[in-house]
Design a protein around this ligand. Structure first.
Ligand code: HPA
Ligand code: MG
Length: 177
């Protein structure tokens, strides 16, 4: 790990306010449909965000997780990802809400969305805490975005640098020293 420092980019309070705002919006939309709802977090980054988010949504739902990994950089443009852990629940006919920590290229999410629709999901919506839209390579519709952030490396609130910093209560910017 290179020498680096971490500064606050988005505070705990700003995150909390945004989580409530997103949850209210999602709750309103979920109530428009009678389908069963499954919230699907992409491990590991989304786990903390998802825990906070779904506790603010007053609507029945199941909770599930997937773990996916992108192939190396040469495969990146193909958007091929490996499913390391599939959903446990039967998603057929269900309204799915994918929860992600950060979206950049969108290739992984595009693949996962197609994968879940192929399994017969009634609908798939995406909620991300952070978005780097100028890095987008796939035209994947993101329904709920917490914060658009600049092209900087961030950690905290579930997001890691070499598996560390996931437990920071804020989003921090990493600067190499
Ligand atoms: N931090 C950690 N993981 C990431 C980032 C980031 O800024 N962007 C895409 N994956
Ligand atoms: Mg991630």
């Amino acid at each position: 790990m290179k020498k680096h420092k971490v500064d606050v980019m988005i505070s705990k309070e700003e995150i909390n306010n945004k989580v409530v705002e997103l949850a209210n919006e999602i709750e309103k939309d979920l109530k428009k449909s009678d389908n069963e709802v499954i919230c699907i977090g992409l491990l590991k980054g989304s786990a903390i965000f998802m825990g906070d988010l779904i506790r603010e949504i007053n609507h029945p739902m199941k909770m599930d997780f997937m773990s996916v990994s992108s192939y190396g950089s040469s495969m990146e443009t193909s958007g091929v990802v490996k499913i390391l852990k599939d959903v446990d629940e039967d998603v057929e006919g269900k309204d799915l809400l994918i929860v992600e920590d950060i979206i950049d290229s969108g290739l992984t999410l595009e693949y996962v969305t197609k994968f879940l629709l192929n399994k017969g999901a009634a609908s798939v919506k995406i909620c991300t805490l952070l978005d780097k839209p100028y890095r987008r390579k796939a035209d994947v519709p993101v329904d709920y975005v917490g914060f658009e952030i600049p092209n900087e490396f961030v950690v905290g609130y579930g997001i890691d640098y070499a598996e560390l910093y996931r437990n920071l209560p804020y989003i921090g910017r990493v600067t190499l020293l």
